[in-house]
Design a protein around this ligand. Structure first.
Ligand code: PRP
Length: 185
């Protein structure tokens, strides 16, 4: 285990197993239809890559980059579009794929933005959810895991852009970010 991690919350085996279940449900729900997966960069890239390979449907992949945190550990509520979709989603089944829903502000903003583009359907899939941290009402259609309100990293989730490559989801040692906050205000 990485020495900056205090404990593993979700092992790689458990993540893989849960992704198979989510993909099975998604395949069932959209049977006979096409699906556009909108992967929200950067965090969701690993989850989306694993999830789409387990979905047995004709899938288009789109990428959108939205920044809500910058280098901070708490959401500012400010959502900035860095990269928009390449294709129109009008009349299509769209699945927003996120790594984590914390305050819910990012995904709520995204869902309202994409719904204005007249998709046939719009659903949200997130690997992790922190229900205790929501600041807005969010309907998550497919959720992998509910997490406590601790700062977690790994499997796409970062702290200062590090730790995304860890194969599991773990709790970052408090000293790592307090040390960073002390030296950066
Ligand atoms: C993270 C995560 C979600 C968002 C969730 O993205 O990937 O998009 O924060 O937080 P919220 O529910 O409080 O809005 P971040 O802006 O950190 O960018 P990243 O995906 O590049 O790490």
């Amino acid at each position: 285990m990485n020495s900056d991690i205090s404990r593993i919350l979700i092992s790689n085996d458990l993540i893989k197993e849960r992704i198979k279940q989510l993909a099975e449900q998604i395949t069932k729900d959209f049977l006979g239809q096409e699906l556009v997966i909108v992967c929200i960069l950067k965090g969701a890239f690993i989850f989306a890559a694993d999830l789409c390979r387990e979905i047995n449907l004709p899938v288009n992949l789109e990428f959108m980059s939205i920044s809500s945190y910058g280098n901070a550990t708490v959401s500012s509520g400010v959502v900035r579009i860095i990269k928009d979709l390449n294709e129109s989603i009008e009349g299509k089944n769209v699945l927003i794929v996120e790594d984590i829903i914390d305050t819910g502000l990012t995904v709520s903003y995204l869902a309202s933005l994409l719904s204005q583009r007249a998709p046939k359907s719009l659903k949200i899939c997130s690997l992790c959810n922190k229900p205790q941290c929501h600041k807005t009402l969010v309907k998550i259609d497919y959720c992998g895991f509910e997490l406590p309100s601790e700062f977690v990293v790994g499997y796409g989730l970062d702290f200062r852009d590090f730790y995304r490559n860890l194969p599991y989801i773990g709790v970052l040692k408090a000293e790592i970010y307090t040390r960073y906050l002390d030296s950066n205000g």
